[in-house]
Each structure stands twice: as structure tokens, then as C-alpha cells.
Design a binder for this molecule. Structure first.
Ligand code: ADE
Ligand code: ZN
Length: 341
């Protein structure tokens, strides 16, 4: 790599895709305050600083309690639009050419917000970003795994009316004690309706849950997947079938999935031949968007420009883009690398 370029510059400028980001997890305290005031809603914190101060988690459940409380401020279509647009502006400034974004309809319908309010607000921002920034996007509807399958099925039925706006369904929220097997019927129904499928797995839960997600939910990608490395046969299968893992380093650190960044399994995953990608998960809560994730893991594991190049290429290869579009985006990554040689 050219000597006048720092690794940080290289990371910031490389074209990349983001495949694991929860739109509700991009809710910055400043915007939370603004929307709470606009809607005359009650907010338990007195200042932006007080909100940030509360963001100390010991595990996934601690985080989810605060995340659902924050998401509870979102009420109007305009709120979902503002939330999504703020993320897209940030993503485009970090050279994200394509983003596949999760949303959790049940977090909102469960408190009386209409499904249409949520999806129309998000979709308006996505359509505008495609037009204004030339960015491409996809929307993934997640089911909350700590609720029962009938609630997920009801959500799927509502989502069917918006089939053209949603590329895939996913599974998130509290993993431990909520195995993929609980959602086999709703995922079968989703696949029959033409949705692709993904699932969070092996974040706090065991490798067994990753296997269930593959075999029972027939997912095309695993979100996180850290614990798949505990099962050699499973890892081999993920490698052979090129099933991508959407890894989220800062999330893993903040939720104590790892003790320190230096312990992160990313390098082991790459060495094993897994198709790994880097992502931000819930950037407003975990201290960084996608580039901060690339930088933190690069510093901790001494990743090289070649490793970063590989991860950026993986992000497009693992995406749900059409092959011809993927090829164009991959060509942009190759051109970028050449500029710095
Ligand atoms: N919802 C938002 N972020 C999540 C995470 N990291 N794991 C599971 N569910 C989530
Ligand atoms: Zn996630």
C-alpha cells in the first residue's frame, strides 16, 4: 500500500456493503430527544449525556431492555423516516454502497403503532436515498424470538402486503432459550411466499442454534455466528456451502460476547475460510458505525490492507444483490485497491 495513506484512510474510503444493522439500533440520543419533544412523549432521561450514560451493558438482555425503551419513542411515520434517513446519510458518508437493513415490526405493533406507519416511513427514506445518493438498499423483517411463533406468523401475514419492499425475514432479540426450532413453521411459510431467510445465531447461544438455523430455517446467512467455531463439523459445512457470517465486533465487545477486541475470533474465522463480513449491528448503542468497526478490529488484530480488501469484497459477495450488480460493485472495490497500490 502507498506510504502516504494510513490504514484508517484506506478503511474509510473503501466501497463496502453493510448487511447487519438494526434500524432501531441507529437511534442516536440527539434524535431520540428531538422526536420525544416533537411528539410530546415522556422520556425517562433528562439529557443526551444521561442517555449515553445509561448505555452500559453486561449482556444481550441488558442491552435489549434499553433498546426497546428507546424504540418506544418512535410513533409517527415521520419518526421512522427521520431515523432511517439519519442512518443512510451516515452510511453513505462511510462509503456504504449497499445496505441490507433489519427492522423489528413487533417492537412497534406491540405498542399500538400500525405496521404501515413503520414500513412507509422507512421505505420513503430508502427510496429517497436510492435517488439522492445512488445507494442501494434492502429491507429485512425480523421476528422477535422471545415472543411466540403465532405472533411471528401474524407479523408475516402483515408483511405479505409489502412483499415487494422486503427481501428477507430474520430472527433477532433474546437468543438464549429461544432456539430457531421454535420458528420452523413461520420460516417455511416465509420461504413459500418468496422471502429469503437469515437468523441471528451463535451470538450468545450455542453452535447448536446455528445448525438449527441452517437445517430448519434454511437460512442464507447467519447473523453473528461467533459460536459456530465451537463445532468443527458445522464450521466445515458453513465453509463448503459459503454461508456468510455477518460479524459485529463492537457489538460483541459491548455485549461481552468477547472480553477484549484482541480475543475476537474474526482472524480465526478468516483462516478457516469462512465468508465473513463486518457490520455495525446497533451503532448508536455500541460506539461506532461500520468504519469504526473496521478500524477497531483492524487495530486489535493487526489486519492488513489485503484483509480489509477481502472483507469489503466479502460484504458484496454475501449480499442479496443480483449477480450482475454484485459484479459492478466488486469492480469498484478492485479499482479502489489499485489506486492505493
Ligand atoms: N436486536 C438488536 N440488536 C440485536 C442483537 N445484537 N442481537 C439480537 N437481537 C438484536
Ligand atoms: Zn443484530
Amino acid at each position: 500500500m502507498r506510504k502516504d495513506i494510513t490504514i484508517e484512510d484506506f478503511i474509510n474510503g473503501i466501497p463496502k456493503a453493510e448487511l447487519h444493522v438494526h434500524i432501531e439500533g441507529t437511534f442516536e440520543p440527539e434524535l431520540m430527544f428531538k422526536i420525544a419533544i416533537r411528539n410530546n412523549s415522556r422520556i425517562k432521561y433528562k439529557s443526551v449525556e444521561e442517555i449515553r450514560e445509561a448505555y452500559k451493558f453486561n449482556n444481550l438482555q441488558d442491552f435489549l431492555d434499553i433498546y426497546y425503551e428507546g424504540a418506544g419513542i418512535l410513533t409517527e411515520e415521520e419518526d421512522f423516516y427521520d431515523l432511517t434517513m439519519a442512518y443512510l446519510e451516515k452510511a453513505v458518508s462511510q462509503k456504504v454502497l449497499h445496505s441490507e437493513i433489519f427492522f423489528d415490526p413487533q417492537t412497534h405493533t406491540g405498542r399500538g403503532i400500525k405496521f404501515s406507519t413503520v414500513i412507509n416511513g422507512i421505505h420513503k427514506a430508502l427510496a429517497e436515498a436510492e435517488e439522492k445518493f445512488g445507494m442501494s438498499t434492502g429491507l429485512i423483517m425480523c421476528f422477535l424470538r422471545d415472543l411466540d411463533e403465532s405472533a411471528a406468523m401474524k407479523t408475516l401475514e402483515e408483511g405479505l402486503a409489502y412483499r415487494k419492499r422486503i427481501i428477507a425475514v430474520g430472527l433477532d432479540s433474546a437468543e438464549t432459550g429461544n432456539p430457531p426450532s421454535k420458528f420452523q413453521d413461520v420460516f417455511t411459510r416465509a420461504r413459500e411466499a418468496g422471502f429469503l431467510t437469515v437468523a441471528h445465531g451463535g451470538e450468545e447461544g450455542p453452535a447448536k442454534y446455528v445448525r438449527e438455523a441452517l437445517e430448519l430455517l434454511k437460512v442464507s446467512r447467519i447473523d453473528h455466528g461467533n459460536h459456530c467455531l465451537d463445532d468443527d463439523k458445522l464450521t466445515e459445512e458453513l465453509v463448503c456451502r459459503k454461508i456468510p457470517l455477518t460479524v459485529c465486533p463492537l457489538s460483541n465487545l459491548r455485549l461481552k460476547v468477547i472480553d477484549c477486541m484482541e480475543d475476537h475470533p474474526l482472524r480465526r474465522m478468516m483462516k478457516r475460510g469462512l465468508l465473513v463480513t463486518l457490520n455495525s449491528d446497533d451503532p448508536a448503542y455500541f460506539g461506532g458505525y461500520i468504519n469504526e468497526n473496521y478500524l477497531a478490529i483492524t487495530k486489535a488484530l493487526n489486519l492488513t490492507p489485503d484483509d480489509i480488501y477481502k472483507l469489503a469484497k466479502n460484504s458484496f459477495e454475501a449480499s442479496f444483490l443480483e449477480e450482475s450488480v454484485k459484479d459492478k460493485m466488486l469492480a469498484r472495490v478492485r479499482e479502489y485497491k489499485k489506486m492505493y497500490e
